[in-house]
Ligand binder design. Sequence first.
Ligand code: TEU
Length: 548
Amino acid sequence: AELPEWWRQAVVYQVYPRSFADADGDGIGDLRGIRSRVPYLKELGVDAIWMSPFYPSDLADGGYDVADYRDVDPRLGTLDDADALIAALHEAGIKVVIDIVPNHTSDRHAWFQEALAAGRGSAARARYIFRDGKGENGEEPPADWTSAFGGPAWERVEDGQWYLHNFAVEQPDLDWSNPEVRADFVRTLRFWSDRGVDGFRIDVAHMLTKDLPEELPTQAELDAMPRDGQHPMIDRDDVHEVYAEWRRVFNSYDPPRTAVAEAWVDPSRVPLYASAESLGQAFNFDLLEADFDAGQFRRIVADNLALAAASGSSTTWVLSNHDVVRHATRYGLPHPERDASGRPSRKHGNEWLLSGGTEPALDAEAGLRRARAASMFVLGLPGSAYVYQGEELGLQEVADIPEAERQDPTFFRSPGEDKGRDGCRVPIPWTASGSSFGFGSGGSHLPQPEWFGGMSVEAQEDDPASTLNLYRRALELRHELQTVEELTWLETGRDDVLAFSRPNGWTVVTNFGDEPADLPAGEVLLASAELEGDRLPGATTVWLRTAG
Ligand code: TEU
């Protein structure tokens, strides 16, 4: 049965449209491809899908450079295809969440083209953040800021002015103090809500509003400023004026449309985004940076349940997404070094990627085993769980993509430092052999390795112990057992073993260590690896039905 407020404890499956399924054989996944796989999603048992951008785009940042927010990229389909996909998903009982990218447009967006043509001081330029440069002829950028992808954050245009781009050069930042900008996004939210979309994932939700003084601070000064809501560019209090307006739009629909913030902010400020007056829910990315470690997992769960309660929202759990090294791979590598604040000093797995997947050695078997255990731990928690396409197959990151075939701007903007995010975006293997392992008849826009066939849906379909069937079983059980958002920690007598119970006698035990652990009495509903008699081996999660 559907719980009220479906999003609170939903399993949301992230589809990266270009890499899911390719119906027209051009090597790029498309909306008709996704539609052809709705039966797969239904059998998997997900409550919703979140689709990364499928709008017209030059693909400078994999579609996060949007040229038109109210259309479909012709390579991915048409608006009719979008309608048909939404209808097919709804028919299968699956909700639809789409990605909104409001911090920046593509430089191919009609607005930016107009801004270039209209020149300095024009109303068209006032939709973006243009400034004159410094130095004699304004030849130096207005400030020394660096973009998130590396390299300078200011780019010069033909007439000599500069524009701000916090991400790729092809992603000019919008000026959210401009009423036209605000009105246009409301139009976009209504456009898709009217088409039946159930919710929105808001890209870099913490950076929209900016208050840049005449005399710009340096990057070092920016970095030193407190993030207390008054920072000139990050996590400003006034961004919630935008979301309060959006919330009124969402609530004008029945049922109200949902939203989840991608906000990289201090935990103490997460409730601002997650409150019912703002977006309603916010991602918690702590698990993306955690080791497979009981202490870290326990602290993250406790902290985030408390944060969600503080805002009346529910939390989210994310082990993998399209921006990070897949967790089956992260858990097969040595733990990353951590700085004083406990954060990994570099993107986890990046060293390994830079070496082309050779150094340090990857223990893929251990990585997958831990990934299965971690996923089953997370799927037992209250809150909504995000599953990134391919993790239900236990896919590893692809490290050895030749440079000539790489697409991600982080790779090109940070040469030698960041290998980019292509390795988790390689198209899904549906069949054990054949053209692009069943992705499509026309090859694959990123090369798939040979070993993909053995991890394909076809190869796992009939194996009861496969990762795919483990996820299917987990999602089926979750629907059966899940009620209110309650969790009670159980004493295990060991630091490396976590156990909690949920209402309905649903008990989850994870052994993060190496030594087998004792299990509470109960009926085994699911195990992420074979049990050793009545003992729980290392790197294994079990779900039990216990009395009471
Ligand atoms: O990501 C925002 C973000 O700040 C990071 O996760 C970013 O991907 C990382 O620093 C790069 O190494 C969102 C999207 O998830 C990402 O795919 C987009 O590239 C980005 O916004 C820009 O739209």
